[in-house]
Design a protein around this ligand. Structure first.
Ligand code: AMP
Ligand code: MG
Ligand code: MG
Length: 337
């Protein structure tokens, strides 16, 4: 790439670098054993020290280098000076080397909106920590686990954790970065832990191997900790061959990208714009689709309401099939405003 790369590519190169730093912070806070958990709206809506530090790190790093972009982060944090060691100034060179899709070449900093979920899957992150550090309080299906089962459970839950940075322009999710801090944990000490996936509309998606679920098989992935009758009724209406319940919006979109699931179905409110912006951009960059339960797109303008009130339906292929199976009860309950 010659000359000065387009703003959106420079922003992506910075977002990639700070997402990697965010992954390292997430691992470090877990290793410390002290998560500093705060309940937000209740026991199923938590914030940890990692959520706080990562949001500070991402917002301060991006706004330092791109002072005119609008950044919206999940966590409500007091205004305070961000420590120097949380600021990332690096850029991922590989992104700077790629040609910007022509339609984004002239976008200006002030036209971009960045949606930040510092930690997606916080509930699972805290449960994993409990398995590792407070085994007496860790129960799975009301059964006490032995030490090695507890460790395996913790590591499985850590897979659900991601860091999400989505970029929107004109209300549309156009680019995104997902860091998965605990990817490769099973390789043990010495192996490089964590990975970063990224994508830009019109350019493609990178950092993973795109795979599809074998033809004819319907595997539905859905929430493990925010379920209700509407959520389970909707999943059943898809007539799935298999249902997977995992945490995190980012994690469920990774499952679609890697052929572990065919549809992400969440017929409830609860998911917010910072949960879907980055995953949607990466999914759309490879031809997938994320909509609400009515099949309508969400908008990501700076002034939209944060809640995705009409649910989330995402697929790599065959979106129409899943949209056509959504029951009337769900469409009624999750009415468009
Ligand atoms: P889940 O699939 O349950 O992990 O949810 C995906 C994302 O939406 C996570 O960031 C959750 O925190 C969020 N979410 C979903 N439902 C709720 C809820 N009822 N309350 C708070 N956050 C929710
Ligand atoms: Mg989230
Ligand atoms: Mg979060």
């Amino acid at each position: 790439m010659s000359g000065n790369p387009a703003v959106v590519m420079r922003l992506m190169a910075s977002a990639y670098a700070v997402a990697e730093k965010a992954g390292a912070i997430t691992r470090r806070v877990l290793q410390s054993g002290d998560l500093g958990i705060v309940e937000k709206t209740g026991a199923n809506d938590l914030q940890t020290l990692a959520d706080r530090l990562v949001q500070q790190s991402i917002c301060a790093s991006l706004s330092k280098h791109f002072p005119q972009i609008t950044i919206i982060g999940e966590e409500d944090l007091p205004e305070e000076e961000v420590k120097e060691d949380l600021i990332e100034s690096g850029q991922f060179e590989e992104i700077l080397q790629k040609a910007c899709p022509v339609e984004f070449n002239t976008l200006k900093e002030e036209e971009l909106v960045v949606w930040v979920d510092p930690l997606d899957g916080t509930k699972e992150y805290t449960e994993a920590a409990r398995c590792l550090y407070l085994p007496d309080q860790a129960e799975v299906s009301h059964t006490r686990l032995d030490a090695s089962e507890l460790r395996r459970t913790a590591l499985r839950l850590l897979d659900h954790v991601t860091v999400l940075i989505g970029i929107a322009h004109g209300g549309k999710a156009i680019a995104g970065v997902i860091n998965q801090p605990f990817y490769n944990y099973e390789l043990g000490a010495g192996a490089q832990m964590g990975r970063t996936l990224w994508g830009v509309l019109g350019l493609g998606a990178f950092g993973f191997q795109l795979q599809e679920v074998p033809d004819g098989k319907r595997i539905v992935t859905t929430t493990r900790s925010h379920s209700n009758k509407l959520v389970t009724d909707c999943v059943e209406a898809m007539e799935p061959d298999e249902v997977i319940k995992v945490g995190g919006a980012g994690n469920k979109i990774i499952q679609l990208l890697e052929g572990e699931a065919s549809a992400y179905v969440f017929a409830s409110l609860g998911c917010k714009k910072w949960d879907t912006c980055a995953p949607e951009a990466i999914l759309h960059a490879v031809g997938g689709k994320l909509t609400d339960m009515h099949g309508n797109a969400y908008r990501y303008d700076a002034n939209v309401k944060h809640m995705n009130s009409t649910g989330v339906l995402a697929t790599l292929r065959n979106h129409q099939y899943y949209a056509s199976r959504v029951p009337q009860s769900v469409l009624q309950a999750l009415k468009t405003d």
